[in-house]
Design a protein around this ligand. Sequence first.
Ligand code: KIV
Ligand code: ZN
Length: 545
Amino acid sequence: MTNNYVRIFDTTLRDGEQSPGATMTSAEKLDIAHNLARLGVDIIEAGFPAASPDDLEAVRRIALEVGNPADGRPDAKVPVIAGLARANKVDIDKAWEAVQGARRPRIHTFLATSAIHMKHKLKMDPEDVVQRVAETVAYARSFCDDVEFSPEDAGRSDPEFLYVVLGEAIKAGATTLNIPDTVGYTTPDEFYNLIDGIIKYTPGMHEGITISVHCHDDLGMATANTLAGIRAGARQAEVTMNGIGERAGNTSLEEVVMALKTRNPIFNLETGIETQQLSRMSKLVSNYTGIVVQPNKAIVGSNAFAHEAGIHQDGMLKHQTTYEIMRPEDVGVSQTNLVLGKHSGRHALRNRLAEMGHSLDEVELDKAFARFKELADRKKIITDLDLEAVIADEFYKPRDVYLLNGLQVSCGTMGMPTASIRLRGPDGVVHTVASIGTGPVDATYKAIDSIVNIPCTLLEFNIHAITEGIDALGEVTVRIQAENGQHTMDAQSEVQHVRVYGGHGADSDIIVASAKAYINALNKLIIARTEGTEKVKNDFGVMLG
Ligand code: KIV
Ligand code: ZN
């Protein structure tokens, strides 16, 4: 590995999944992992196996299926698969159980080192922290050659103390030292100095150790801090797609990768990311999590390459570089508008989907083609964005527990908005119900509720048109929370959060899209309950030995 290569460590499935509402099913996690591998990430942090048997199983499947080449070729490139573990034997055992099937497994363990965390959270003396780090890293190393250690809340830790802790981690066999700004507190200058000091003053530091950076975005500086850390010598960046993660989120993968690429003369560094896949990957994560990407989000927001102001449009027409520092096609934003139409055949659809990175089997292609034809009857021009929405709607969704079988809505100024709905239930029985509501969506959701009968709160409802024009496809994302819902626990806090489920639906009829999104989220909730994904609250203080 040359020293101008920055490894991309993606933690969408671990730190990203910790963000409220980002709950994903095991099948969705596996699909994201496959796509991250195709994107070219070097390390996939697949989850926190000690959280629950279901989380462990999801990481184990990713390790086996994504962490090994499909064709078994010994020289094929596969990502490292990492599992997170708190600094105790139980967590490390579980992390190893989960990742050991990968060709290149990694155990990532962490313990807090800031005075605030040691005193109030861990209730441990600094000397005991040092000893625990040495013991747990050595324990992880007894299973796995690739061990990463993170001093949690490093951004607020005493640098002198960090040198001691990190020195012990090196002695015990850690191969990557990840420096987290856990609460997004530092500024780029401070973070540069922190990384610089660690590289210079940590006892035993040598070339075989990779320094990594992991920043949170509480003050909006995560990307700037990550880049500052890289400039100081870090050669691994921990990031998530769309920047999802705890509170304000993590550093976003697409921002770091495109900054390194676009400003290459300054950084002179490279990554292994195929940037043309960024836009598609962003959509995939957004659809699965139900977390909408803000339109003005750098790189992947819907407005990132839109030029509205007249003076900008004028400049763009004269020369693209006047207002554009990256080409949209470099991040996979298609410039071609007209892709397919009513008369396009199955073959053309298959080819276009393959170009977009979706290789479907015959059965899937049949389904996609049926949806495409249905859409082409209502919409003259089918763009890549429409196709992405159809694919997401048809394939990137949980198993159908309840399936929309028919919907009729009447609304307007003349009467009560009424929805009549037919849903096929898990027992195969078709239920038909009519409800009134304050509007067509309310009436539809009430009708669905009366069939599914799981009291829940609609936390968020978003609707937008995928393309321009009156015949555009509408895309709806929702986030719901069940009353008395399941709890979830993340690796870093002892606090239990009630799970939030996201759902996605697309249709040229926005009420149908709304119904699909809601049913999609309810199906996830039901699957999570029946598959027992409820996270087991572990005792934070499980000690070594
Ligand atoms: O933010 C953080 O400190 C973490 C660690 C577990 C690396 O996510
Ligand atoms: Zn984090």
